[in-house]
Design a protein around this ligand. Sequence first.
Ligand code: PBG
Length: 311
Amino acid sequence: MSAPELIRIVSRDSPMALAQVERVRAELGALHPGIATEVVPVKTTGDRWMGALSQVEGKGAFTKEVDAALLAGEADLAVHCVKDIPGDRPLPAGTTFAAFLERDDVRDALIHPGGLTLDELPEGTRIGTSSVRRIAQLAASHPHLQCVPMRGNANRRMEKLAAGEADALLLAVSGLERIGRTDVITQVLSVEEMCPPIGAGVLALQCREDDTDTIDVVSGLGHPQTFQETTAERMLLHVLQGHCNSPIAGYARTDRRGELSLRACVFTPDGKTVLNAHEWAGPLTPETLGTSVAVALLRQGARELIDGIAH
Ligand SMILES: NCc1[nH]cc(CCC(=O)O)c1CC(=O)O
């Protein structure tokens, strides 16, 4: 192996994405002080398009251009939120995950300028979110609240909130931490109140498959427990074969004894049907755990539920 002298890192150009790249540069610098890094920011379809994601290519809207730059050799390493990487199909041919960084907070937070908690919000409060996962769960737990479509990066959404386009927002705690805006959080929702998305709070490092020099170097940033959790979650998503409008939520957790478990939910958009499964890995591999929980949901009718949603 010959360690590269320079690693060019490609990512979306939102403030959150650039903060993520800075974390990777800092961790890489600590592990390999001799290797220089350079940032290659790109705009993705998901950043440009402010309508429903299902009207563009849906899944992959936040990753396509980043992956293209990696494959074209314009960069050596891509940094993605695992949450934004499609789970129903393999990674783009010729690329591979080299590492998953240690997981951040998986929970969602409420941002309400008046300081109320979710349970205190009055009837008709407009929650700015376009996430089918958040909409379905709010419909189930707080049917008197109203979701209004809202896209754009977290900074843009807070501007829209300030401009009166919504009364409150739901955003990931990890994203707010990355942009240094945890000050706006009114309430952190428990995973029981709001089940997180697959891959929440995890950053993936993706390389060209044949670039073993870079893979060898950056794989040192990988976090084994996060790898196991992410592998179980993504296998679940792969087996369920959701589409961009399917409200699917789930998270794997490793308890103090090191035992891995996976909980997952599938909802109808109106929140009236909620399928729920939870299993411990025991002797199972993370892949088999993910498959097993997906099969449990399919037995409860997840296929019909997912296929019954327009997309
Ligand atoms: N859809 C954008 C996006 N992609 C990943 C995160 C959060 C950070 C993460 O889970 O890694 C966010 C923002 C949000 O949902 O509030």
